[in-house]
Write a protein that binds this ligand. Sequence first.
Ligand code: SRM
Ligand code: SF4
Length: 637
Amino acid sequence: MVKSAPPPIASRKPSKVEAIKERSNFLREPVATEILQDTNHFSEDAVQILKFHGSYQQDNRDNRVKGQEKDYQFMLRTKNPGGFVPPQLYLTLDQLADEYGNHTLRATTRQGFQLHGILKKNLKAAIAAIVKSMGSTLGACGDLNRNVMAPPAPFKNKSEYDFAWEYAQNIADLLTPQTGAYYEIWLDGEKAISGEENPEVKAARQRNGSGTVFHEQEEPIYGTHYMPRKFKACVTVPGDNSIDLYTQDLTLVVITNKQGELEGFDVFAGGGLGRTHNKEETFARMADSICYVAKEEVYDLVKAIVATQRDYGDRTDRRHARLKYLIHDWGVDKFRSMVEEYFGKPLEPFKPLPKWKYEDFLGWNEQGDGKLFFGISIDNGRIKDEGSFQIKTALREIVEQYNLPIRLTPHQNLILCDIEPDSKQAIEEILNRHGVVTDPSNIDQIVRYAMACPALPTCGLAITESERAIPGILERIRALLDKVGLQNEHFVVRMTGCPNGCARPYMAELGFVGSAPESYQVWLGGSPDQTRLAEPYTEKLHHNDIESFLEPIFVYFKKSRKKGESFGDFCARVGFDAIRNFAENYKPKSANGGGKARHRISVRDDIYAVLKETADSQGKSMTELVNEALKVYLKVE
Ligand code: SRM
Ligand code: SF4
């Protein structure tokens, strides 16, 4: 099969970022020059290139004052294939958060860590420290392959998990940018001390299928222009959907034989969630099954898919540049034939797979080699010390004392691995002493399965609050469920401050997507195992109206659900017309459920955040605190 020449970069005008990449001399400039300047921020062009190095220029949006310069700071994101963080790297990140950051670490939805609040003058020292602790931020952001995800549960007696981690690492290596820019800029040219690269991966990177590589270029796979947009991949095992496989550009599923030996991979492609409100041409999309590939050919197939997107992805409109749009516009058949051209032969049919399941593996679990692993729920991935809740200190103490590796989960949680059974009690004691809930059944299950993106104050794209708002909103949802008689009910709630979808809200059973200040678009109908896309039910729900909006829907669910049916499955089964019809005719029994009268007032988002923080640190409810404060202010006895 002979591959025809790829199209010229674009017959329409390429986007601004394409020219910035081209001018950058493989990600060097203008970052290399500007990092040496005594300024507190980078130019527009440098900001774009800096992303490829794993950092975003941000400003603290709480501190914005009209007419004054922004409070510039930087976010740093690590790349940890399969979420694996060795103990030394964890301790370095923990220290950097205190030394240069905002004293928090943020576990992300793609199994990485983020540091926030770093000043430009400290960026180089922070990146150098990460690299010297065997970590990396290279390619954590930017138009290239992002962190490769894999199931986080560290089973040692299930060979398919080993293969998933091995290939997640190898795909990450295969698609790592080859430019020397990273080491030149952040380590003064000193190459990182890293293990020998897998020779198979090295050879695969150079091997030209049919036009998959550029010869004699610093970047054999990416070329001068890198990818048209970010590219996201994961490797999982049959049945384990802890990595939200339908939302990825590329998913490989390990296929083993009866003896547990690796044979090959099933391949999905074309998932992605980012969209823009009121732009119908942008949408969340679930990945399609594409083919099966034998293990010997997996790198060539990955390269063929990457090359197809690299050469045919839209470089003129960044809102239309992800692989999902190429597959949507072409159809799966045309996509398959183009991949075949690069691959050099026909693709094999996809193999049947069992049903997907989602488990979070919180609490104590057997690892399968005599050791234990312990999954800890971290609210929205934010590792911080606050009042009597000192998870950051507890984790540092544990990792220091027991030298434990960590696996970050795609749900912003963390798993301590390789624990000797006789350390179990002492580790639990450290956590309890620092106010961390160790028994997952003591966590409200709505909170346990919920996620929110960072949004305000760090995210420049946030339309409204997310991470800071979700605790209060979940508390209110719990109260409402109790009120309508759904005491022990739980389902997947996810929230984002804008439609980009960073906490994957479109796969949730109840998704909140920021659509205006203090308001959310509401998505219903995703499944508990994230195998179905939700749909937008309403465009703008003010957060004050959450109870009146959700109450009829919960009552309908309680009344008409099938036995054991989850909230998301119920919404998808009955459909939005039926839900709307029920809601329109619904008459609440009494405004407050017949109990004591409660009145609702709204407070500004920033005041809400301080109120929540103070209430948490004082161990009081927010209502108690407001009443106390108002009593004093209004001089009420
Ligand atoms: Fe994201 C941009 C945070 C996972 C879709 N994402 C951003 C930025 C960098 C904002 C920006 O561009 O200025 C956010 C930084 C906020 C901050 O202050 O930290 C941000 N995204 C995150 C994280 C930290 C959210 C979290 O709660 O953990 C996740 C980091 C993952 C990592 O370690 O690499 C994160 N982002 C995702 C995911 C989920 C996933 O990958 O599984 C998605 C949806 C899946 C997808 O890509 O389709 C996602 N982020 C986006 C998009 C929309 C992309 C698109 O195709 O339209 C943007 C905006 C953009 O790229 O233009 C974005
Ligand atoms: Fe920012 Fe939007 Fe992503 Fe939230 S979903 S982190 S608001 S880009």
